[in-house]
Design a protein around this ligand. Sequence first.
Ligand code: FMN
Length: 372
Amino acid sequence: MHTPFNDIFKTRYPIIQAGMGPYDTTKLAVAVAKAGGLGLISTVGMGSFKMPGIGEFKYSAIFGTGTPEQLLERSMDHVLKEIVTDNDARFGVNIPVSEEFIPTAARLIKYVIDRLKKDPAAKKKCVVIVTSAGDPLPWSVNPGDKKLDVSIPIKKELPSITWCHVVPSIRAAKRCEKANVDVVIASGREGGAHCSWRDTSTMVLVPEVVQAIKKPVIAAGGFCDGRSLVAALALGAIGIQMGTRMIATKESDFEQSWKELLTKTTEEDTLIARGFFGPMRFVRNSRALKLVDATVRGAPDLYKGIPTGSTQEIIDLEVNGLENLFKGNIDETPVLGGQVAGRIHDIPTVKELIERIIKEADETLAKLQKFK
Ligand SMILES: Cc1cc2nc3c(=O)[nH]c(=O)nc-3n(C[C@H](O)[C@H](O)[C@H](O)COP(=O)(O)O)c2cc1C
């Protein structure tokens, strides 16, 4: 399957494995890159860092110790070592740029740029920075009114990198065009984790973003197989980004209990609650229901004015809940996941998954020809 995606990212297939911080996706990114997709390293332990207005969380027992740069360096070193002999293997880095996270995001963006400038082998393989969860403008060549003390013009510093930004709305997509982002990832409400209170489904968002801007668009939120890949292409996207589906693979770094829970979750079993960095989609379990209760208490009229930031109750429920994952209590863990969990029924290898998707997409395209 060849779309403009393959030419932009130099991969075999038009598939991105989503960034899924604060979780580690290093091994997953290796497997995806080797299987012909674009693997993304996530911002591991993003909650461990001090954030203005939120404070500091000690995730180090879970995600390892070190500065943000050291954690990223560890992941990049591992991916580069593993894919050095795979000619087509490509990967990128996801760095959320939400308000609370801007100082850390700037450090991470700087780390990637500096490293790629001095390391040609890394520059060949690490082809993308995916920013998300915030405003792209401070990171553009001309940040203008959105220039922050820590602004870094990504494309000016490193013109060879492809810069993608994730958006939940047409307004945000237009902002990407203004910032001259290379590729826009339109992520619909079905998706796991970060979403928007004023959410729009993938089916509505993707074609409208495609129509509203002149940049290539990748669809995210609800993708898992060949049929949904073809649907994304039909909506005008050049490829797909998958998060939840990629978690439930043999190589993924996520706990086995998380993977298994996804295979048992139905399409009705996810819900949105306030999370650490704003609204998130969780798999429905005891912890998620507690988060919903806390969300409703903190915002009696969700649709009139949703408070930004997070309450202490939410932070405690989410951050402390994370330890339960490693204590074997998945029901009291805040498990992020999208509606597409209802379409996940197995835990294949990444290679099996990607090859199955491409085969099914080819078959689906052939079947559709019959309707002409
Ligand atoms: C566990 C988990 C963590 C996530 N963390 C991030 C993140 O750190 N940055 C980001 O841009 N998106 C994050 N997302 C969203 C994904 O990047 C992706 O856009 C989304 O999963 C797509 O929808 P899907 O789950 O239906 O495939 C996360 C998703 C999940 C499931």
